[in-house]
Design a protein around this ligand. Sequence first.
Ligand SMILES: [Zn+2]
Length: 404
Amino acid sequence: MTDALTVSRRIGPDLVDLRRRLHRIPELALHLPDTQAAVLEALADLDLEVTVGESLSSVVAVLRGRAAVSGERPVVLLRGDMDALPVTEEVDVDYVSQRPGLMHACGHDLHVAALVGAARILDELRDELVGDVVLMFQPAEEGPGGAEPMIREGLLDAAGRRVDAAYAVHVYSADHPFGTWFGRPGTLMAAADEIVVTVRGRGGHGSAPERTRDPVPVACEIVLAFQTAVTRQFSVWDPVVLTVGKIASGTVNNVIPDDARIEASLRTFSAEHRATAHEVVTRVAQGVAAAHGLSAEVSIGNGYPVTVNDVDEQAFAQGVVADLFGAERWADMVNPEAGSEDMSFVLEEVPGAYLNVSACAHPDHRDAEDNHSPRAAFDDAIVPDIAAALAEMALRRSRQLAGA
Ligand SMILES: [Zn+2]
């Protein structure tokens, strides 16, 4: 019997070849013309409805199943992000990045190859596919974010009906032995926001502070008050991580400056605490400044929301992985990660699951370098497995949704 794994093993060498071609030509952010061209070429011989993004170089391909279904045809979305990082590669492989200062250091080249693989598997198994599949090739996961503009451009209705369930897989170069899948239900990753506080005072001579409004000690008080607020106003069971990474003010020791600038990153693990933290940060900064007769402007740059796995979808996706590869290749994540991910925008709209898998190329995962390191090495032997898992999720979930 032909199944997803059989097909993935047959086409595996082509997928690995595609991954290595992509690895040589990393591109950044929203506009990835060479990567987009490679994806379009890799899909060109398949019967798909393909659209490309207007404001970014995304690719959305709709693959229609041929199995009979009574009633609404389910729609499943599979996602692969495509962008690289501004890192100079130090991995010694013959397909090393050809672009100085750019590297696929987060393994998104494997994601693209795996999603192409899922498309090819589903194309061969169309007679068993009860619904339609939306293939989401996304730029700019590493910033400024590609999922949100793709949603604005109609991603979730690309098949003519709303997506019912969405899945994504991310590779890791460390943490677990090669081939281990891992994840958790509920909160998987943090929301990450950037905070800038500008304390506005009035500068003057260092010998006469009473004739100024000195922003420097006020900025210091705000930094300390932030830490007090984090520990006193939020439950430890729903953490808030607020890190002031930069304070800037002044020019020389005997001049009181006009203003001071505080830059912080805020990570939260629930939408509720994220909203509350925005209020608290603003109130504390403005309140402390006002107490000393100064003012503070607070600007909060919204990053990616909290990534939340639907409990049922997570159990389903985990079950597919266990069936295909054996339950011993699954590891539960005890805690969420403090990183963030813009698949969260999709998972805010439709239920779904985001799984991780180790592509660790090092013989001992404890000595391996993490994603984003110039020495992060990913073993692309995992690509056919990811392709099979994504295709199998689409096949099975469509059947379930159709009640078939
Ligand atoms: Zn990544």
